[in-house]
Design a protein around this ligand. Structure first.
Ligand code: NDP
Length: 281
């Protein structure tokens, strides 16, 4: 029987434990604070930001939205970040991506103080993660690791295949799996004969950005399949990168979309923000 890994349920449990930590922090006079910077009016970004703020409020984290117009100069944005870096009531800073094209994302992310980089995207955070040092882990791969932890499956020696090599999902995903002693293979758009590789996976992570791309031809029977994708199909329905109906009968565990990795990403953002506040004590 296939186990459906519910990010909604697991996320709820983790959020409860984060909320307990918020109460303890408040008892010590500290309210965790997250600043979210949104530049421009991208509708998807607005929705993501609203969800992050709501989730913060639900567990007692103070959230502050810094909304800037589309034509904000890069120097003005950097100045805003520097101001937030100095504030004691702000423990996490997040810049919602993508940014308008005239702004260099690398410069912006590198300006966030590493001790407030709760998205885990800055070069310092990424470098520390690669070295296995304590740092904020990027929220989506961190959330996937929590989901895998909840399956109770020992990752050591398992063959994990990651489809996708983006800076925010694929690359860090492989690193975190490697740190748990999985044998990791990265695949991407230039990979030859993708199904022959994904079919070897004990753990298959799909982070491609193409609706229903992974079918049962890509999957070894009994594999754990984690679907990071968030896409709209031809009927405008929210679907993952994995064709759930096709793959779920042969997988041992599988995440649904929605309700799989998505809720975990925000959960780990809350986790990192509270951890940052705890470090400030
Ligand atoms: P990117 O577009 O940055 O990366 C996609 C990756 O998929 C690239 O590495 C690309 O390869 C690879 N790829 C594209 N086509 C193929 C193919 N035919 N065969 C093999 N590999 C291919 O996307 P992200 O990593 O940012 O996001 C991936 C998905 O995850 C998206 O659907 C996104 O919406 C979703 N997402 C979900 C989150 C969540 O909270 N659940 C959070 C973040 C993202 P190459 O490098 O060669 O171009």
């Amino acid at each position: 029987m296939t186990n459906i890994i519910s990010g909604t349920e697991i996320g709820k449990q983790i959020r409860q434990s984060i909320a307990d930590r918020v109460v303890k922090l408040k008892d010590q006079g500290v309210t965790p604070g997250l600043a979210v910077i949104l530049v421009g009016d991208n509708p998807a970004s607005q929705t993501y930001v609203r969800n992050k703020q709501k989730s913060c409020e639900a567990i007692g984290i103070y959230s502050e939205l810094v909304k800037l117009p589309e034509d904000t100069k890069e120097s003005e944005l950097l100045e805003q970040i520097q101001q937030l870096n100095k504030r004691q009531d702000i423990h996490g800073i997040l810049v919602q991506l993508p940014l308008p094209k005239h702004i260099n994302e690398d410069n912006v992310i590198a300006t966030i103080a590493p001790e407030k980089d709760v998205d885990g995207f800055s070069p310092v955070s990424v470098g520390k993660m690669m070295l296995g040092q304590e740092t904020f882990l990027p929220c989506t791969p961190f959330g996937v690791m929590k989901l895998l932890e909840y399956t109770g499956v020992d990752l050591a020696g398992k063959h994990a295949v990651v489809v996708g090599r983006s800076h925010i999902v694929g690359k860090p995903m492989g690193q975190l799996l490697l740190q748990k002693d999985a044998t990791v293979t990265y695949t991407h758009s230039k990979t030859n004969d993708l199904p022959s590789i994904t079919k070897q996976a004990d753990i298959l992570i799909a982070a491609v950005g193409r609706a229903n791309f992974i079918t049962k031809e890509h999957v070894k029977p009994g594999a754990i399949v984690i679907d990071v994708g968030i896409n709209r199909d031809e009927n405008n329905k929210l679907v993952g990168d994995v064709d759930f109906d096709d793959v779920s009968p042969i997988a041992s565990h599988i995440t649904p979309v929605p309700g799989g990795v998505g809720p975990m990403t925000i959960t780990m953002l809350l986790f990192n923000t509270v951890q940052s506040a705890e470090h400030s004590l």
